[in-house]
Each structure stands twice: as structure tokens, then as C-alpha cells.
Design a protein around this ligand. Structure first.
Ligand code: BTN
Length: 249
């Protein structure tokens, strides 16, 4: 991959995790929209302390953002980023991707991309937000995760990771200036595949089962439990359970 034209891009043939490099750069005051991208990661990380299998062919990057937002508004950037990624994948690759709450990108019911964030806050204001994204582009993720898919697996040919990354950065950069005012949740709902489905939400403490009925203005998932009461869930890993909408929706 070559990223020589773009400012603030740090490219590595291999690194442990682009999150590690991005944190060091952010702590050393690197500018907003600094991108750390690697061809491979030897210790790629996923959410909830999982590994992210990071062999050649995938797109692995961490974007350092300085959005000048209160910490309570950070969810807006994350939701906007997942919409930007789903939209970019559709526009550039002609692949209809949806978003699983909160930020996974799916095609059908298979995972195409995941997002991890790290935050530094001072006096309730975001100092930096590191957004780590892995996209299965030309790699075969099914070797370790059968319920996953790659762009190459769908379109039956390789797609340029550089073009995909540039398209995503352009898209996100264009929405960031107004992310505190825009209807990011409304936009997100247009791409969401979680609402109306039976779901399981795993948190560090419990697993909750019910039907995902809405996402509120703070990005929390509203789950209707079997007893008819509703629970608001702001963190956790969401699984789409059987009995929901067909995967082709
Ligand atoms: C998830 O779905 O669990 C999140 C996966 C995030 C993976 C990306 S790849 C680039 C960045 N570096 C990492 O170590 N993780 C994120």
C-alpha cells in the first residue's frame, strides 16, 4: 500500500497493533486526522479483549481524531464513522453493508468490519479519540471466524485497500465538522440491521435477551425483554439471534 500523497499517514508493513502506535502518536500531540495503517498486525485487538486476526490483504488502521467534543458526545463520532464506512463500501464496492449496533459492519449476517475506540479525556472534553478499524478486504477471515466475510469473497475480485481507506477518510472528514448537530442516529438507523430483531447483549457481567426496538438519542439500544419491560443498554456486544429478519434484508 502507498499513502505518500496524504499528510499524517504512518504506514507499517507490520506492527503489533495500530492502536499501540496511534496512542504513542496521540500522546506526543500528533495532529487531528493522523492515520496509522499496517499491512499486518502481530497482536491485532478486537473488542472485549478478543484478538483481531490481521493477515495480509485486510485493511487495518487507527485514526487519531481531536473532535473538540464533550465526552458524552463521543458516541456521535462512532455512529457517524460506522455510517461513513457502510456508505463508502456501498458507493465504492457496490456491496450493500449494514450496521449492527453499535458499530460492526455486516453483509447479510456476516461480519465485514469491526471498530474499536480509545479515548483520552480531560475536564470532560475529548483530548483524542483513537478509532481502530479492521475491514476484511482481500483476506479470508473465515479461517478463524466462520461467520465473517470479505469484500473479495463477495465481489470475487480484489479491491484496493488504499482506495477504500481514502474514500472512508474523505467521507468521515466531510461529516465531522457538524457531527454535534447532525441527526447521526437517524442516519445510522437507515443503515442499521439490528432494529426489530431478537438480540443477545453480552456485557462483562450478564447476557440480556430480548428484541431490539430502538436506539435512543444517546446511541443506547432499547431492548424489550420477554416480560414486556424495556431496558436501555449503552455498552455490550450485540448478537443477532435467530428468528429475526432474513439475512438478505
Ligand atoms: C471488533 O470488532 O472487535 C473490533 C476490531 C477492531 C480491529 C482493528 S484493526 C486496526 C485496529 N488495530 C487493532 O489492533 N484493532 C483495530
Amino acid at each position: 500500500m502507498e499513502f505518500k500523497d496524504r499528510p499524517h499517514v504512518h504506514f507499517f508493513e507490520e506492527t503489533t497493533s495500530t492502536m499501540d502506535v496511534a496512542r504513542k502518536l496521540a500522546e506526543a500531540d500528533c495532529p487531528h486526522m493522523t492515520v496509522v495503517v499496517a499491512n499486518r498486525q502481530s497482536a491485532g485487538r478486537g473488542r472485549l479483549s478478543r484478538n483481531w486476526y490481521s493477515v495480509d490483504g485486510g485493511l487495518y488502521f487507527t485514526l487519531v481524531l481531536r473532535p473538540n467534543l464533550p465526552v458524552l458526545s463521543v458516541y456521535r463520532v462512532l455512529f457517524a464513522a460506522s455510517v461513513s464506512l457502510a456508505r463508502t463500501i456501498y458507493e465504492l464496492c457496490d456491496v450493500k453493508a449494514s450496521v449492527k449496533w453499535p458499530n460492526d459492519i455486516l453483509v447479510g449476517d456476516k461480519k465485514l468490519s469491526g471498530m474499536l475506540s480509545e479515548l483520552c479525556v480531560q475536564d470532560n472534553m475529548v483530548q483524542y479519540l483513537n478509532l481502530g478499524i479492521g475491514v476484511n478486504v482481500n483476506n479470508d477471515p473465515t479461517i478463524v471466524e466462520p461467520n465473517s466475510v470479505s469484500i473479495k469473497g463477495i465481489i470475487k475480485k480484489e479491491f484496493s485497500r488504499r482506495i477504500l481507506l481514502a474514500g472512508f477518510l474523505d467521507s468521515l472528514e466531510s461529516v465531522l465538522p457538524t457531527v454535534d448537530k447532525d441527526d447521526v442516529i437517524g442516519e445510522w438507523k437507515q443503515y442499521a440491521s439490528t432494529l426489530g430483531r431478537p438480540v443477545s447483549i453480552q456485557t462483562t457481567k450478564t447476557t440480556l435477551r430480548g428484541v431490539a426496538i430502538d436506539v435512543d438519542s444517546q446511541g443506547a439500544l432499547i431492548v424489550e425483554l420477554p416480560d414486556g419491560t424495556c431496558q436501555r443498554v449503552s455498552h455490550g456486544d450485540c448478537f443477532h439471534d435467530a428468528g429475526g429478519r432474513p439475512a438478505s434484508d
